[in-house]
Design a protein around this ligand. Structure first.
Ligand code: NOJ
Length: 565
C-alpha cells in the first residue's frame, strides 16, 4: 500500500496577518504563531500550512513576493521563522509554506530589471508582448480578463509594451518557459527545505502555461472575458511539475499540494497527483466550494446548500482517487466565505458546524482546518465598502457598482457575501478587548460577535464545536479506528437530498457516517446494519425506532457497524 507521512496528518491553515499578534502592532506575526503552537497541539493537528509571510509590498496580502528569502517586517524576522520551525518540530508539528510560483511582486528585483529594457537579461523572466493597434488605439495583445477584474495584461510605458498578470497589476506572471526561471524557483524550494520546512502548497500552480495569444470568446459588451482555459491546466504545466518533482519533492520526501483552481477536472486532478504521476502529492480543487446559490443572492438568509451537488462532487473525487491518489479535505481557505456562513445554518450554528466537521473529517484524505473554523467563526457584517481590504473584493465591489450605479447597498451586499476578507478577520481568542488577538486595535477586521464566539469560551465547554473538532482529530489520529478513517474505502449511500450518508470500510472494519443537512426531521433506515458502537454524534441522544434513525436538525452520527448479510 502507498503510504506517506502526510496521509497520517491533520492540517491547520494559518493566515499570519490575522492569527495572533505578539507585539501589539495590531497585525498577527510569526512569534504569535510560536505562542499558539501549544494551542494547536492541544487541538490535535500535526501539520500547519502558513500563508505567505515573505517580504512583500502586500498588494495581495503577501502573494506578491518581493524576496523569497526574507520575511516581511510586520511578520517578524528570519530568526523567528527558524525558531518557529524548530519549536513546531519539537512539538511534532510539520510546516507547509506557500510556494508562490506563478508570479512575483512588481517590486521583485527580477521584474525591476525585466521592465528596464527589451534586451535586459531578465526581460524573459516575465511574459511581455507588444500591444495591438485597433482603430488607431493601442490595446492589449489579447482580450483576456484577469481573476481580479480588468485585463490580464498591464501596460508598461518604459518599453511601450504589455506584461501578463492574471492577478493584480502588481503581480507580473513569471515566464516558466524560461529555464532560468525554472531553476531560480527550484532554488527557492530547495532553500526552504534546507531550512527545515516539510513541504509546500503550490499557489496557482495550474496557471504556469499559456494558450496561444488569441482572443477569448466574449459576450456582447464584455471587454475582458475571464477564460480560464487560456491559462489553466495546459500541457507544459506537467513538464514543469515533473521537473520540480524530480529535482526537489522526491529528493526531500516533502509534501507538495497544488492549488489547481476551479477549472481542473477530476481527470486533470489525477494527472497532477495520482500516486504514479511523479508530480504532486495532492491537489486542492474547488468543485465542492460552490454548491449553493451564493452567486444569485444578496440576502444571506436566502442561502441554500445544494446537498445533491455537494454529494455528487465528493463522491466523484473520492471514488476517482480510490487506490490511485490522495486528497486534501478542506471546507474553506483564506479565499472563501466562513464555513458557518456558507454551508452552515445561522439558526443552528453548533449542530450544523459539528455536522459539517464530521462530514469532512470522516472522508478519505488529509483534513485541513482553516483558522477559526474550529470555533465556528462567521462572515463579517460589512456595512461600508471602505472595510474591504482584499484587492479582489475592492475590484468586485467596483464592478457591481458599475453595473448598478444607483444601488451601492446592493453592491456592498453582493461583494460582502463573497469577499475574501470574511476569512481574514482577526482570530477570536477570547471575549477580552480586541478578542485577545492583540492588545492594540487589530489592523485586520474584527468580527463584532467575538464576545459570543471565541476560543476561551469554547475551551470551557465540553459540548463546544472546538471539542468536537478535537474529538474528530483524536479518532482519526489515535483511535483503533485510525486505519478505517484514514485509509478505508469510501462508498456513498443513496438517500434523499437532505442527507449525506456514506460508508468507510477497511478490512473487517466498517463505519457508517450519517449526516442531515436539514432543519426538518429526517430518518434513515439502519436495518442492513448491526450497530456496534457510536463513535461521535452532535446530540446527546440518538433516537432509533423500528430500525430507523430519527434525525434531528443537522444531526450527525458516526457508527461502527457490521453489515447484516
Ligand atoms: C491563490 C491564493 O489562495 C490567493 O489568495 C491569491 O490571491 C492568488 N492565488 C494569487 O496568488
Amino acid at each position: 500500500m502507498h503510504q506517506k507521512w502526510w496521509m497520517e496528518s491533520v492540517g491547520y491553515q494559518i493566515y499570519p496577518k490575522s492569527f495572533y499578534d505578539s507585539n501589539g502592532d495590531g497585525i498577527g506575526d510569526l512569534k504569535g504563531i510560536i505562542e499558539k503552537l501549544d494551542y494547536l497541539k492541544e487541538l490535535g493537528v500535526n501539520l500547519i500550512w502558513i500563508c505567505p509571510f515573505y517580504d512583500s509590498p502586500m498588494d495581495d496580502n503577501g502573494y506578491d513576493v518581493r524576496n523569497y528569502f526574507d520575511v516581511q517586517e510586520m511578520f517578524g524576522s528570519m530568526e523567528d521563522v527558524h525558531e518557529l520551525i524548530k519549536q513546531a518540530h519539537e512539538k511534532g508539528i510539520k510546516i507547509v509554506l506557500d510556494y508562490v510560483l506563478n508570479h512575483t511582486s512588481d517590486e521583485h528585483p527580477w521584474f525591476i530589471e525585466s521592465r528596464k529594457s527589451k534586451d535586459n537579461p531578465y526581460r524573459d523572466y516575465y511574459i511581455w508582448h507588444d500591444g495591438r493597434t485597433v482603430d488607431g488605439h493601442k490595446i492589449e495583445p489579447t482580450n483576456w480578463g484577469s481573476f481580479f477584474g480588468g485585463s490580464a495584461w498591464a501596460y508598461d510605458e518604459v518599453t511601450d509594451s504589455y506584461y501578463m498578470k492574471i492577478f493584480s497589476n502588481k503581480m507580473p506572471d513569471l515566464n516558466w518557459k524560461n529555464e532560468k526561471v525554472q531553476d531560480a524557483m527550484i532554488e527557492v524550494a530547495k532553500t526552504w527545505l534546507n531550512w527545515g520546512v516539510d513541504g509546500f502548497r503550490l499557489d496557482a500552480v495550474s496557471h504556469l502555461d499559456r494558450a496561444p495569444f488569441e482572443d477569448a470568446k466574449a459576450l456582447p459588451n464584455e471587454k475582458y472575458p475571464l477564460d480560464w482555459f487560456k491559462f489553466s491546466n495546459l500541457p507544459k504545466v506537467h513538464d514543469y511539475l515533473k521537473k520540480l518533482n524530480q529535482e526537489v519533492f522526491s529528493v526531500h520526501d516533502c509534501v507538495a499540494i497544488g492549488e489547481v483552481g476551479g477549472s481542473a477536472s477530476i481527470e486533470s486532478g489525477l494527472n497532477y497527483s495520482a500516486f504514479d504521476s511523479n508530480e504532486l502529492s495532492m491537489v486542492f480543487s474547488f468543485d465542492h466550494n460552490w454548491c449553493n446559490n451564493l452567486s444569485d443572492i444578496i440576502n444571506p438568509k436566502k442561502l441554500k446548500t445544494n446537498v445533491k451537488d455537494l454529494k455528487t462532487v465528493f463522491n466523484a473525487w473520492q471514488t476517482a482517487f480510490k487506490d490511485r491518489g490522495w486528497l486534501p479535505l478542506n471546507w474553506l481557505n483564506h479565499d472563501q466565505p466562513r464555513l458557518i456562513s456558507h454551508y452552515g445554518d445561522y439558526k443552528y450554528p453548533l449542530q450544523s458546524g459539528k455536522m459539517l466537521a464530521t462530514v469532512l473529517h470522516m472522508m478519505r484524505g488529509t483534513p485541513f482546518i482553516y483558522q477559526g473554523e474550529e470555533i465556528g467563526m462567521t462572515n463579517y457584517p460589512f456595512d461600508d465598502a471602505a472595510q474591504f481590504n482584499d484587492v479582489s473584493s475592492i475590484a468586485a465591489y467596483q464592478y457591481y457598482l458599475e453595473q448598478e450605479p444607483d444601488d451601492p447597498v446592493k453592491a456592498l451586499k453582493r461583494a460582502g457575501l463573497r469577499s475574501r476578507d470574511n476569512a481574514r478577520t482577526a482570530m477570536q481568542w477570547s471575549n477580552k478587548l480586541f478578542a485577545g488577538f492583540s492588545y492594540q486595535k487589530p489592523i485586520p477586521l474584527l468580527n463584532p460577535n467575538y464576545k459570543k464566539v471565541n476560543v476561551q469560551k469554547q475551551l470551557k465547554n465540553q459540548n463546544s464545536l472546538w471539542y468536537h473538532y478535537q474529538k474528530l482529530i483524536q479518532l482519526r489520529r489515535f483511535s483503533i479506528q485510525h486505519d478505517v478513517i484514514t485509509l478505508g474505502d469510501f462508498e456513498l449511500i443513496e438517500t434523499n437530498d437532505e442527507l449525506y450518508v456514506y460508508k468507510r470500510t477497511f478490512q473487517d472494519q466498517t463505519l457508517l457516517i450519517i449526516n442531515s443537512f436539514s432543519r426538518k426531521k429526517q430518518s434513515f433506515d439502519v436495518s442492513p446494519y448491526e450497530i456496534v458502537e457510536t463513535l461521535i454524534t452532535n446530540y446527546p441522544k440518538t433516537n432509533i425506532k423500528d430500525q430507523k434513525i430519527l434525525l434531528k436538525p443537522y444531526e450527525s452520527i458516526v457508527f461502527k457497524v457490521k453489515e447484516i448479510l
